[in-house]
Design a protein around this ligand. Structure first.
Ligand SMILES: [Zn+2]
Ligand SMILES: [Zn+2]
Length: 354
């Protein structure tokens, strides 16, 4: 029994774009299908533009909430437990120094990764293409055709799409190794900012756990308004209590997302691919076969790929622990494969998924 199941193999690895194979590649604009003008399509467009407009509001919200909680930690939580004792030197203050260093490292991890996730373009089809007009189209096509015989064409951008590329209807462009559009970073999560998004979730989740533990004492103190003890901190009691409750809520929500995205990253799947792979897996199971993901090099291999370390990477292992703007492996248009890939022929028109 073979390890992988043989479906109708297509020249492209992009099973979500089945219209691609029978669609001639052309630069000429075609009239939009009438279905796009349907009520559902209008709702979709409204939702997309709302997400687009919501982006800056959510960025500001994230900035304000992060500022409040960081300020709360350094002016209330840390001094509640530890403070610098004069005259005892480094060894007399080791616990304070340890917590200060750890919390500063977490703040660096959160702020830097959030900034990189927001500011790094996720990657587009025209990256590295300097020509314009028809020449531009030919350049892109030539580049992709060196490794894909019949590249699919995006119905909206009218450009040939590299493998794992999908169109984002919020950003109105195709994104390399598209994962999803995240309104909280006002950006798509794609090939070039995926690591930063994942590490932002990771640092934020760890920080929430630490914050909630460190905040238990101050929270009870802040909540005990009948206490005879004076409140000695700069920040108001109510804001301190709010910060603790906020950290619990964010920790649960972001922690869940972090676990999900780590599962996807360690199994070398994007959010979109996961839906498709889950469907193929189900069919494989029925046939008693095992589905293998052609982009997966095992958990350890995928882990090293995320951080651009290991045999295929270009950076030393310890950079995985540092929130630095390290680029991913490859240009996002071509991906190394662990084996032959198979995709299902759904036999029906399938809209770009976003
Ligand atoms: Zn597109
Ligand atoms: Zn987008």
């Amino acid at each position: 029994m073979s390890d992988s199941i043989e479906f109708t193999p297509l020249a492209t690895s992009d099973p979500l774009d089945n219209e691609a194979n029978d669609e001639p590649i052309t630069t000429a604009r075609k009239p939009r299908p009438s279905t796009l003008d349907s009520f559902a399509a209008q709702i979709d467009r409204l939702a997309d533009s709302t997400i687009g407009y919501l982006g800056p509001v959510l960025l500001l919200t994230a900035f304000v909430l992060l500022s409040i909680t960081i300020f709360c930690f350094f002016t209330v939580y840390l001094p509640f437990h530890y403070s610098w004792t004069e005259g005892t030197g480094f060894f007399g203050n080791w616990a304070y120094i340890l917590h200060l260093s750890w919390s500063l490292y977490l703040v660096w991890g959160i702020i830097a990764n959030y900034y990189y996730a927001v500011r790094t373009p996720p990657g587009g089809i025209l990256d590295g293409v300097s020509s314009t007009g028809d020449a531009m189209f030919q350049d892109v096509l030539q580049e992709i055709e060196t490794y894909t015989e019949f590249p699919p064409t995006c119905k909206r951008c009218h450009l040939p799409k590299p493998e794992r590329t999908h169109h984002c209807s919020v950003c109105k462009r195709c994104v390399l190794k598209y994962d999803h559009h995240c309104p909280w970073i006002h950006n798509c999560v794609g090939h070039f900012n995926h690591r930063f998004f994942l590490m932002f979730l990771t640092y934020l989740s760890i920080a929430c756990v630490y914050f909630v533990i460190m905040g238990a004492g101050p929270f009870l103190f802040a909540a005990d308004t009948e206490s005879e003890k004076e409140w000695p901190y700069l920040m108001d009691r109510a804001v301190v209590a709010f910060s603790e409750v906020l950290a619990v809520a964010i920790g649960v929500a972001v922690g869940g997302m972090a676990v999900w995205h780590w599962y996807l990253a360690l199994s070398a799947q994007t959010t979109l691919e996961q839906y498709n792979n889950a469907y193929i897996k189900k069919i494989c199971k029925k046939r008693g076969e095992t589905f293998t993901n052609m982009y997966s090099f095992g958990i350890a291999g995928n882990f090293m790929d995320i951080f651009n370390i290991g045999p295929r990477g270009h950076y030393p292992w310890y950079t995985a622990l540092l929130p630095l703007p390290i680029p991913p492996i490859g240009n996002g248009k071509r991906f190394e494969r662990s084996g032959r890939g198979y995709v299902l022929d759904f036999g029906q028109e399938d809209e770009d998924m976003v």
